[in-house]
Design a protein around this ligand. Structure first.
Ligand SMILES: C[S@@+](CC[C@H](N)C(=O)[O-])C[C@H]1O[C@@H](n2cnc3c(N)ncnc32)[C@H](O)[C@@H]1O
Length: 367
């Protein structure tokens, strides 16, 4: 495609050969090549206007929260929550326009207390989107922060969750659940470490089972723990007579019978764990990071794998320190990041220079 460069864009290569594009103001011109694998310095609304319709596979972003931080300029310091949401809706509408019909948009937003009251800003935003834009909300994925700010208030609990809304343009959105949350980086802590099933040892010991029953129960418990550790089964649950309730219904020869005769029953859970709309993950910090509000790389990588294929284009219109772009690059996707603050652009480009594709590609020996 012939690229028509208008004066409103300035693209140069710095001394290290890194592409630096600045958008002064936008006009609908076809310039995707200039933005691809690039951190574009500029206002996102103007920049998005330069991207043609239906080009982007996935948009993942986290706009500044309402009056939370001063990034120097841009969105977040509007006078009222309504004005703030209007600014976000304008950008969201452009996101929908540039998104492919099978694409997804992930919006991560944080809440805010004003005059002692929580504003429910993320949910008000999601409702406004559903009312005014042609999208569907697939999930409200909750990020549970394992290490929230350690500041206990006297008359309220510490907020330690944030939503990631998953919106789509159509029901034909690309989705690959198979590998979602299978890696060990943020795998649910349940089955990691050495305390799988440990609580049952004490329960057996203190139960009313006979000595013989206890001996068999301990033996079977050890076996099933080995099965989990060895990856033969996903997990298990144990029911012990007098401690756990009897299973409802079922045949007399089934679990009810085992509980009655053996004094216990073990329920083995095979196959993949259920993939839930909760991600437990610590807030990340990067040594020397110049940005105050980065989101976890591991969550973003999981969402990119879930919602795009290698070589797809992932866009973040509020790219900040570049986390979305870094995640995309690591798993072999193309990226476009937009950021209004020049220092953050530089920092994001530095991060990207030190990022390499780190997925295992087949060696292709037999093809
Ligand atoms: C919450 S931060 C994003 C952080 C990012 N997720 C990360 O991991 O580094 C939001 C960013 O949006 C930028 N921003 C605010 N208004 C903008 C606008 N109109 N256009 C482009 N960027 C903007 C801010 O400078 C800030 O870096």
């Amino acid at each position: 495609m012939k690229v028509k460069i208008k004066k409103k864009f300035s693209t140069k290569y710095n001394k290290d050969g890194v592409k630096e594009t600045t958008v002064i103001y936008g006009d609908r011109v076809i310039l995707p090549e200039l933005f691809l694998d690039n951190i574009v310095h500029g206002d996102n609304l103007n920049t998005l206007k330069s991207i043609p319709d239906n080009k982007i596979n996935l948009i993942i972003t986290s706009p500044p929260y309402f009056r939370q931080r001063d990034y120097g300029c841009g969105i977040g310091n509007e006078k009222t929550v309504e004005e703030y949401m209007d600014s976000l809706i304008n950008i969201f509408s452009e996101c929908i326009r540039v998104l492919r019909i099978d694409g997804s948009i992930i919006f991560n937003l944080g809440d805010k207390y004003l005059e002692g009251s929580l504003q429910l800003i993320p949910y008000r935003f999601a409702l406004k989107v559903l009312k005014s834009c042609q999208v569907k909300l697939v999930n409200n994925i909750t990020w549970v922060k394992l290490n929230p700010t350690p500041r206990q208030y006297r008359r309220r609990l510490v907020s330690s969750t944030e939503p990631f809304f998953h919106f789509v343009k159509s029901e034909d959105y690309y989705y690959d659940l198979k590998d979602f949350m299978n890696n060990n980086e943020i795998k649910n802590k349940r089955n990691n470490g050495n305390n799988i099933g440990q609580k049952y040892f004490g329960l057996i010991e203190n139960s009313d089972l006979t000595l013989e029953q206890k001996k068999i129960a301990l033996c079977e418990l050890q076996d099933v723990i080995q099965e989990v550790k060895g990856g033969k089964i996903e997990s298990f649950r144990m029911k012990i007579k007098g401690i756990h309730s009897e299973p409802f219904g079922g045949q007399d020869g089934g679990r009810k019978y085992q509980l009655l005769k053996k004094g216990f029953t073990i329920i083995k859970i095979k196959g993949e764990p259920i993939k839930r709309d909760i991600i437990e993950c610590a807030v990340e910090t990067i040594k020397g990071c110049k940005h105050p509000a980065i989101y976890p790389l591991s969550i973003i990588k999981e969402l990119i794998k879930l919602l795009s294929k290698p070589n797809d284009i992932v866009l973040d219109p509020f790219v900040g320190s570049g986390t979305t772009a870094v995640a995309a690059k690591e798993i072999d996707r193309r990226y476009i990041g937009i950021e209004i603050n020049e220092d953050y652009c530089k920092y994001a480009r530095e991060r990207l220079e030190n990022t390499y594709v780190c997925i295992q590609k087949p060696l292709g020996l037999f093809v």
